[in-house]
Design a binder for this molecule. Structure first.
Ligand code: FRU
Length: 492
């Protein structure tokens, strides 16, 4: 391992920090005027945010780093932005953690993860480099900190192994009995996506154990690259969560440009052999990608996702006119029930609740109810179906956004307006029965947790806030309980 804090790159690092700070100063007045600025989701102060990185609980605070381009609302330059929170609700902006200032990360400090060891915080990230021929090079790097705020880069740790291309990135580390493992996204030389398993006894020297796969299975449907793998364990079950690129749509499944999902099974830590079940998408909505989890000090497995995707709709986000784009999802707690990972908003989010604007328990037959005829920008809704006999339950959130449960088809469909064409578009999931919905609405987003979090839909919505209302239409007879709170604004 080489130390690489030479004079020139330290100068560049402080120049980049200063330039990024200047961008914030110059543009933040315009940024915070955006009516689509979210009220309680993490956003970049300016520029583009993508993957959550280095999510960890360290010395009394949650630390969330993220891919951040401070200079433009595109993917040209990547820093690690940094926020901390004592409670997952209130977040404080911290100095930039990593800038692309060294030869091994000069074209981007790409995604990675964090772990605490003996009171210090270790960041593992991918240094992205374009060489003089314009070819991609990828370095798996370490940076260390005593206070969790200022990081010292230690340079590259290991190379791309033989048999794989330079699409080799996004190390996610975890610890088991004083030993460390990491999984990393990779591409085989015959252009198949995969994840590799590494082992270390000292956090510095890393040994390749193998591909995380069941050697008897065919992985050709899983595309050409797996981004942001994360290996999580629930008692005696392991899950590989990853974001494959290049999967083909299959019925209602895999409708977005890239997917995110998991394989549940049993990982052999010695050779990567992974006996697993089928691939399950983790979010059925339009805007969800590259999530990362951490095990916090209370033993909970908490996830943040990027509430976005690098697809053609990026060009049409209206927030770009205000010099920013994208946000994180709310933090979600994961739990395994049977063979499925369930997601639920973390308990702490109750602290966001302000006035309860609706509470209703009743039975209705064939009718429409308006809960909130006027504007409600940021809201939490709990909807419980006590009994339903009929054809459809439709919730309307604004003039274009609806959630439609069709009991004959056993489907649930989220519809919104496409950002570019304004035409309606939808995502559908199979659902035998609708038992409950837990919904988080923000000025320009919706996150819908279905049947205790068995399924989730995440989407950005860019409707004029004046059209936001809340109504329900029922065909059949429905006994239900409905509660809604306005939520406080804690971020801007
Ligand atoms: C996923 C990803 C990662 C990469 C990062 C770059 O969205 O493409 O694979 O490290 O974003 O910003």
């Amino acid at each position: 391992m080489q130390r690489n804090n030479n004079q020139a790159s330290m100068v560049l690092d402080s120049q980049l920090q200063a330039q990024a700070e200047r961008e914030i100063t110059l543009k933040s007045e315009r940024v915070i005027k955006d009516p689509f600025r979210l009220h309680y989701h993490i956003m970049p102060p300016v520029g583009l945010l993508n993957d959550p990185n280095g999510f960890v609980y360290f010395k009394g605070n949650y630390h969330l780093f993220f891919q951040w381009n401070p200079f433009a609302t595109d993917h040209t330059s990547k820093f690690w932005g940094h926020m901390t929170s004592p409670n997952l609700v209130e977040w404080e902006w911290q100095p930039i953690a990593l800038t692309p200032s060294e030869w091994f990360d000069k074209d981007g400090c790409y995604s990675g993860s964090a772990i605490e060891h003996k009171g210090r915080l270790y960041l593992f990230y991918t240094g992205n480099v374009r060489n003089t021929q314009g070819e991609r090079e990828s370095y798996q790097c370490l940076a260390v900190s005593d206070d969790g705020i200022h990081f010292e880069k230690r340079g590259p740790l290991f190379d791309v192994p033989t048999g794989y291309t330079a699409h080799f990135r996004d190390p996610k580390i975890w610890k088991e009995e004083n030993q460390w493992y990491l999984v990393i996204g990779a591409q085989t030389e015959d252009l198949g996506g995969c994840a590799l398993l590494y082992y270390s006894s000292n956090l510095v020297d890393w040994e390749l154990k193998g591909e995380v796969k069941d050697p008897t299975q065919d992985y050709s449907k899983f595309g050409y690259m797996w981004e942001c793998p994360d290996l999580i364990s629930f008692q005696h079950q392991d899950a590989l969560l990853f974001s494959p690129q290049g999967m083909k749509a299959e019925g209602f499944k895999y409708q977005n440009i890239y997917q995110t999902g998991y394989l549940l099974g049993d990982l052999n830590r010695e050779n990567g052999c992974f006996k697993h079940g089928s691939f399950e998408e983790i979010d059925g909505g339009f805007d969800f990608y590259a999530p990362q989890t951490t095990l916090d000090q209370t033993g909970r497995r908490i996830l943040f996702g990027w509430m976005g995707l690098p697809d053609e709709s990026e060009a049409h986000h209206p927030t770009k006119a205000y010099h920013w784009i994208h946000a994180m999802t709310i933090p979600r707690e994961l739990a395994l029930h049977g063979h499925k990972i369930y997601q639920r908003p973390v308990e702490e989010l109750k602290q966001l609740r302000n006035e309860k604007v609706v509470e209703k328990s009743e039975t209705i037959s064939n009718g429409e109810i308006n809960y909130l005829p006027q504007n409600a920008e940021a809201m939490e809704i709990c909807f419980q179906v006590k009994q339903f006999e009929g054809e459809a339950i439709i919730l309307r959130f604004d003039q274009n956004t609806t959630l439609y449960f069709d009991s004959a088809e056993q489907t649930l469909t989220l519809t919104r307006a496409n950002f570019r064409t304004k035409q309606k578009e939808s995502r559908t999931t199979k659902l035998q029965s609708l038992k409950d919905l837990h919904i988080f609405l923000d000025t320009s987003s919706i996150e819908i947790f279905i049947n205790q979090g068995e399924k989730v839909f995440t989407a950005r919505l860019f409707e004029e806030s004046l059209t936001r209302h809340l109504a329900m239409e029922v065909t059949g007879s429905l006994e239900y309980h409905f509660r809604g709170w306005k939520l406080n604004k804690v971020l801007n």
